[in-house]
Design a protein around this ligand. Structure first.
Ligand code: ZN
Length: 455
C-alpha cells in the first residue's frame, strides 16, 4: 500500500458536511490529516461527495448462502425456529473452502453497498462430524482471509456456544459444529492473536443466554484483554424472553445487566423485546444495541423501541446478520419505516439537534458500529482508518443537490446504488461500482453454490 490523498468538494466530517476538504493517509491506511478550507489542485484525485464507510456490526457470513431459500410457506406455522432448522442443514455441510468463497462474495457485496468493516459473529467452528480441525482456528482464518482478500476491515468474534437452551441443556446433534466451552474460546482468541492488526481485531461473542451460562460469560470476560469487544444475541424472540423468565426469574437483559459486566465494550445484538426500564438501563450502560432490521423483519422478530431508546440517549448500530440485504441504506431505511408503520407517524429517528432523518441514522450507525467493532473507524478524522465512500455525483438523484440533502435522498429516494468508489485503509477496492476482484470472487461463489444447492 502507499500513502495518498483525495480532495473532496464535500466531505462528511463528524459534525456534518463540510466543503473543500483534503484527506491524507499514510501507507498503513491511517488518516494523517484532514485539511479544511483546501484548494483543489490540478491533476490530484478529486471527488464531490465523500463520506465514511459503515460498519456492519453483525454478520454470520455462511448464511449468505441460504438467503432467499426459506421464503416458502411450510405445512406448519413458520417461525424463527423453523427457519433455524433450515439454516442448520446448510451449516452442517459447508467446508472451509466454501466458507471462504461465500464470505468473499458477501464482503465484496457489502463493500459495493457501503460497508467497509464487519463484525463476524462466528460459530461454525468444528468440522461436519463435530470434531476440531487440525488447526482449531481453521474456519475463523477462512473468514479473515476473505476479509483480507476483499479489503474488508474485520472484527472476528469467535462464539461461545455450549448449550441448546436455558438450564444447561445439551446441544442437539445438528448443533455439533458450534460446540465450544470457555477454554476452547480462549484458545481460539490466543491462536488468532497474531492476526491482529489495524485491519483486524479479535473479540469474543457468547452466543446468547440460551447457549452460554452467566458463569461462563464471567469467565470469558475475566480472561479477555480489557480492550476487546464482546457481543451477544439478546431478547430477539418473545419465546426466548419467556424461557429465560421461566428458568431464572429474570428477563434476558435484566439477567445480563445484573452481572455488572456490561459497558461500552458490549454490543447487545437485536435487544428487540425490552421493557422501558431495560431500554434506559442499556442506554445508561454505554453498550451498543445491534439492530439488524432486515433480518428481524425477515424472521418476524418484532420492533425495536427506537424512540424510547433515542430519548434515553442509547447508542446503536446496524448489521446485516443473515444477509437478506447487504445494503446499509436498506437497513436504515427499514429501521425508520418500521417505526413509522408501528407508530403511524413520520421522521421518528431524529432529535432537536439533528432533524435530518438520513443524517441522524447514518451518524448514529457510524459511531455505534465503530464502537462495537473496537477499531478506529467510522469518521474522517486524523488517526482513524481511511475508509470512505465516494458517491456518483452524476446520478440524477444527486445532480445539483445541496450536500445537506444527500443522505435523505440516498436513503429515501429509490434503490439505485449511488456509490461509485470505495476506499478501505486508503486503498480503492471498488471503482465505478466494480470490485477489484469481482469476477474471480463471483466465479468461486457460483461454483460453491452449485455444489451446495445440489445437496
Ligand atoms: Zn445473529
Amino acid at each position: 500500500m502507499s500513502a495518498g490523498s483525495l480532495f473532496a468538494s464535500n466531505a462528511y466530517l463528524p459534525h456534518g458536511w463540510e466543503s473543500n476538504v483534503r484527506l491524507h493517509w499514510d501507507a498503513d491506511g491511517a488518516m494523517t490529516e484532514v485539511e479544511r478550507a483546501a484548494q483543489p489542485q490540478q491533476h490530484e484525485p478529486q471527488a464531490v461527495f465523500v463520506l465514511p464507510g459503515m460498519t456492519n456490526l453483525h454478520s454470520h457470513a455462511f448464511q449468505r448462502a441460504m438467503a432467499g431459500m426459506t421464503e416458502m410457506a411450510g405445512v406448519s406455522k413458520d417461525s424463527f425456529w423453523t427457519w433455524r432448522d433450515v439454516m442448520y442443514r446448510y451449516a452442517l455441510h459447508i467446508t472451509p473452502e466454501q466458507l471462504q468463497a461465500i464470505a468473499s462474495q458477501l464482503y465484496m457485496e457489502c463493500l459495493r453497498q457501503g460497508y467497509t468493516s464487519v463484525c463476524e459473529f462466528h460459530y461454525l467452528h468444528r468440522n461436519s462430524d463435530g470434531h476440531w480441525y487440525a488447526r482449531p482456528e481453521e474456519m475463523a482464518q477462512r473468514l479473515i482471509a476473505a476479509a483480507q482478500h476483499t479489503g474488508m476491515g474485520m472484527t472476528m468474534l469467535p462464539v461461545l456456544y455450549s448449550y441448546a437452551d436455558f438450564n444447561d441443556q445439551p446441544l442437539r446433534q445438528d448443533q455439533r459444529r458450534f460446540h465450544t466451552g470457555v477454554d476452547d474460546i480462549l484458545r481460539l482468541v490466543d491462536h488468532l492473536a497474531p492476526q491482529r492488526s489495524a485491519q483486524v481485531e479479535i473479540g469474543v461473542a457468547p452466543h446468547s443466554l440460551r447457549a452460554a451460562s452467566i458463569d461462563q460469560i464471567r469467565a470469558v470476560h475475566a480472561a479477555l484483554p480489557a480492550d476487546r469487544p464482546l457481543h451477544i444475541h439478546i431478547a430477539e424472540q418473545t419465546k426466548e424472553v419467556d424461557a429465560c423468565l421461566a428458568a431464572t426469574g429474570r428477563r434476558p437483559v435484566e439477567l445480563l445487566l445484573e452481572t455488572g459486566l456490561v459497558d461500552e465494550r458490549w454490543c447487545l445484538v437485536h435487544a428487540t423485546h425490552l421493557t422501558k426500564e431495560e431500554v434506559r438501563h442499556i442506554a445508561k450502560s454505554g453498550a451498543v444495541a445491534g439492530i439488524c432490521t432486515t433480518t428481524e423483519g425477515n424472521l418476524g422478530d418484532g420492533f425495536f423501541d427506537l424512540p424510547a431508546y433515542i430519548e434515553a440517549g442509547g447508542r446503536f448500530g446496524i448489521g446485516s446478520d443473515s444477509h437478506v440485504s447487504q445494503s446499509p441504506v436498506e437497513e436504515l431505511r427499514w429501521l425508520e419505516y418500521g417505526q413509522r408503520l408501528r407508530l403511524q407517524g413520520r421522521n421518528i429517528a431524529s432529535t432537536e439537534q439533528q432533524r435530518n432523518v438520513g443524517d441522524f441514522l447514518w451518524q448514529q450507525a457510524l459511531s455505534g458500529g465503530a464502537q462495537a467493532s473496537g477499531r478506529q473507524v467510522g469518521q474522517l478524522t486524523k488517526g482513524y482508518r481511511a475508509d470512505f465512500l465516494v458517491l456518483d455525483e452524476h446520478h440524477p438523484n444527486l445532480a445539483g443537490l445541496p450536500s445537506k440533502a444527500v443522505l435523505n435522498t440516498w436513503m429515501f429516494a429509490g434503490n439505485d446504488n449511488l456509490i461509485k468508489d470505495v476506499y478501505v485503509a486508503g486503498k480503492r477496492v471498488v471503482h465505478n461500482g466494480q470490485h477489484s476482484a469481482q469476477s474471480e470472487i463471483q466465479q468461486a461463489y457460483v461454483e460453491c453454490m452449485r455444489s451446495l444447492r445440489a445437496l
